[in-house]
Design a protein around this ligand. Structure first.
Ligand code: NAG
Ligand code: NAG
Ligand code: NAG
Ligand code: NAG
Ligand code: NAG
Ligand code: NAG
Ligand code: NAG
Length: 633
């Protein structure tokens, strides 16, 4: 084991010691959904997704934002707010979580969600100046109570009063603490930034009287339509220590560790590491899992070198935005062209994600999967190096009608077959079962011969054999996402199969699985294809540019395979191995009958925090029509 191999671990170790690493406080507090069902779910989806996109970018840059999309009665009004103590990276992390959770209210006309670090809400009417509504409440943690109830309650009343009046005077946010007879109480108050002083004051006054009802519980939160208060007996807000360095934000996780502390840690670590090595401990082998070749020093690149290779991450070299980071084209000193993914890393969670990606991508070798060429962990951000493909991604071709971007049917067929083989490998043949979770046209890269390469394993998770599904925070791209995954967060290989089915439909029809913005002109791609299947007129949806009489039957067979993959019930969908086989047989006449319509009719009720599913009609159609990334990381 080399030191290079141990280095990432050291960095993880350091970062968990870093006193200034922020906490995005994504822990869930409460979610309320309006009880009214939208009269037009699909139309709501068309506005909901871009509204959330817009809101995210506003919140990322300002810590706060409001947005309006569409026309009544289907308009979407959105509001997002990070609490005042979060810095922009933590705010971004927190709001990403809101973005993936808020759609659980969909297709209700509105909903709001409180996390400990941020807030998000959407409605079909303008609620921006509303400070109260029927769901306003306090949540008290009654597991521990103050032993000195009288003193505690008096102190709480006083400090909450002080903090709320500071907040009203200071643009809507304040924190403070007070101690008395051995108890300390920490209080944070936040009004949404759009409210004026008077409204903020009314909201906080009402929230104060509500939260005082929590005493003598040692922790409480008031959740109001226009404001939030939390108190606790322990410090819970972020105190970023930026004073020790002028460039703290450039080097968020190294510099703030005091130099002496860092040196001591490194010395201690090296000594410990040597001892570990002497004992021939298997620790690192276990940490990295078998098959990982991170120790190969030629995989490790210097941050400065890569930064230079991308022209200081210049906008002109930007290739796109993937999960967890931005991708740039870079030219290494030996003139080799590579793609560099710049990961935002400053919390423990992100570092784990990073190693998850390095781990997975390194274990995976297949002609239809993008290879990892290297990484860098010595700079302020971690970087991953991939092969660069001149033809970039599939979405640049199939949705573009200009002749020089034209792919003929044989090329498209090869792409479909290649992606299927790559996925089958991930699901069944690689050492670790891997669910990609974000199969879509922009994640399929094309080499100079237009052979497909699946990229972006950032959302991938290794998938233990003994589990039938993973229940995770939903991430991925609406429109490509299987209904059971959107609604329940249930993740199996069949979610990839569903996304792959959507991809087939897009490749064959040249249409995106949704028109994300603007009033709908037609039915969703999926329902359209399904109707043509029922009427036995599937050949009508083939895009003109690839239609030929001789290829028609083969194309129709491929579309049917796509529909087979998008059936509502995951158990009815084929495995990817089966899909590969079906596609290979496409020249032969093999009839199969789809039994299960591709819509899962989903309705979501939130009762006492529990999400349950009923079956209704319009909603799932809506889910399959909306398209956008949840997490613009
Ligand atoms: C639910 O939505 C309706 C309008 O669709 C609105 O009048 C009502 O106030 C909303 N309820 C809550 C709790 O926001
Ligand atoms: C968000 O919407 C506002 C108007 O509601 C618009 O001015 C702004 O440009 C949009 N931002 C983005 C990033 O789409
Ligand atoms: C919100 O949606 C509900 C149900 O579709 C509708 O009855 C109501 O009029 C809408 N509210 C507004 C302000 O458009
Ligand atoms: C929110 O308020 C509505 C009434 O406007 C009520 O029907 C619903 O049950 C409330 N939801 C929760 C989770 O308390
Ligand atoms: C209540 O506080 C305890 C101890 O601080 C914590 O472990 C628990 O998760 C809290 N419960 C809730 C519902 O916040
Ligand atoms: C609250 O404010 C008052 C007046 O500004 C001050 O005298 C008092 O000490 C403050 N109390 C606490 C607990 O900070
Ligand atoms: C930095 O230090 C100065 C003086 O020591 C202090 O006034 C200021 O509040 C500190 N800033 C931060 C962000 O801690």
């Amino acid at each position: 084991m080399s030191f290079t191999r141990a280095l990432p671990f050291l960095l993880v170790f350091l970062s968990s010691w870093n006193p200034s690493a922020g906490d995005p406080r994504t822990s869930f507090v409460a979610q309320f959904c309006n009880s009214t069902q939208s009269a037009n779910g699909p139309l709501l989806a068309d506005y909901f997704v871009p509204a959330m996109d817009n809101l995210s970018s506003l919140v990322h840059s300002n810590g706060y934002g409001t947005t309006v999309y569409g026309q009544a009665p289907n308009a979407v009004y959105g509001l997002g707010q990070c609490l005042g103590d979060l810095d922009s990276i933590d705010c971004q992390l927190c709001f990403s979580e809101i973005r993936s959770q808020l759609p659980k209210c969909y297709p209700k006309t509105g909903g709001r969600i409180y996390l400990d670090g941020c807030f998000g809400r959407y409605e079909n009417y303008s609620f921006f100046n509303r400070i109260f509504d029927a769901n306003d409440t306090s949540v008290c943690n009654n597991t521990r109570k103050s032993s000195n109830s009288g003193v505690f309650t008096g102190l709480l009343r006083e400090i909450v009063g002080n903090v709320t009046s500071s907040a009203v005077g200071a643009g809507g946010y304040a924190v403070n603490s007070a101690s008395n007879s051995g108890s300390t109480i920490y209080v944070l108050a936040q009004c949404w930034q759009n409210l004026n002083k008077a409204l903020c004051n009314s909201c906080l006054t009402a929230a104060t009287s509500s939260i005082l009802g929590c005493a003598p519980a040692l922790e409480g939160r008031a959740l109001f339509a226009g404001c939030f208060i939390r108190y606790s007996n322990s410090l819970f807000w972020n105190t970023y220590q930026t004073n020790s360095s002028s460039s703290g934000s450039d080097l968020p996780w190294i510099i703030p560790v005091s130099v002496v502390g860092a040196l001591l840690l490194i010395v201690g670590f090296v000594v410990w590491w040597k001892i570990v090595r002497k004992k021939k401990s298997k620790y690192f082998e276990e940490f990295y899992q078998p098959g990982l070749t991170i120790s190969q020093s030629n995989l490790h690149f210097k941050y400065g070198e890569l930064k230079k290779a991308t022209g200081n991450f210049s906008q002109s070299n930007k290739l796109g935005q993937g999960s967890y980071g931005t991708v740039y084209k870079a030219v290494l000193s030996d003139n080799k062209e590579v793609a560099v993914k710049r990961l935002l890393l400053n919390t423990r969670q992100w570092i784990d994600q990073f190693f998850n990606e390095v781990n997975l991508v390194n274990q995976v070798r297949h002609k239809n999967l993008v290879k990892l060429l290297g990484f860098s962990v010595d700079g302020p951000e971690s970087l991953l190096l991939y092969e660069y493909f001149a033809n970039r991604s599939l979405d640049l071709f199939i949705f573009d009608t200009t002749p020089d971007k034209h792919l003929d049917w044989d090329q498209r067929y090869d792409i479909i077959q290649g992606v299927a083989e790559g996925l089958a490998y991930l699901h069944e043949e690689s050492e670790t079962r891997i669910i990609h979770r974000d199969i879509k046209a922009s994640n399929i890269l094309l080499d100079d011969k237009f052979k497909p390469k699946i990229t972006d394993f950032g959302l991938a998770r290794s998938f233990p054999e003994d589990q039938t599904h993973l229940s995770t925070g939903v991430a991925g791209t609406l429109g490509y996402m299987a209904p059971e995954y959107v609604v329940h967060g249930h993740l199996t290989e069949k979610a990839d199969v569903y996304s792959f089915g959507m991809l087939i439909l897009e490749i064959v029809t040249g249409k995106k699985c949704s028109n994300a913005i603007g009033p709908r002109t037609g039915q969703s791609l999926l329902s359209k294809a399904w109707n043509h299947y029922r009427d036995d007129t599937l050949s009508e949806i083939i895009t003109e540019s690839i239609y030929t009489e001789s290829a028609k039957d083969e194309i129709v067979h491929v579309i049917k395979t796509g529909l087979f993959c998008t059936q509502a019930n995951p158990h009815d969908r084929p495995t990817m191995l089966k899909v590969v086989e079906l596609l290979r047989n496409s020249k032969r006449e093999e009839e199969f009958v789809l039994t299960d319509p591709p819509f899962l009719d989903v309705d979501i009720d939130v009762e006492e925090g529990e999400v349950s599913c009923l079956l209704t009609n319009s909603s799932a159609q809506a889910m399959s029509t909306s398209s956008s990334q949840f997490s613009a990381r």
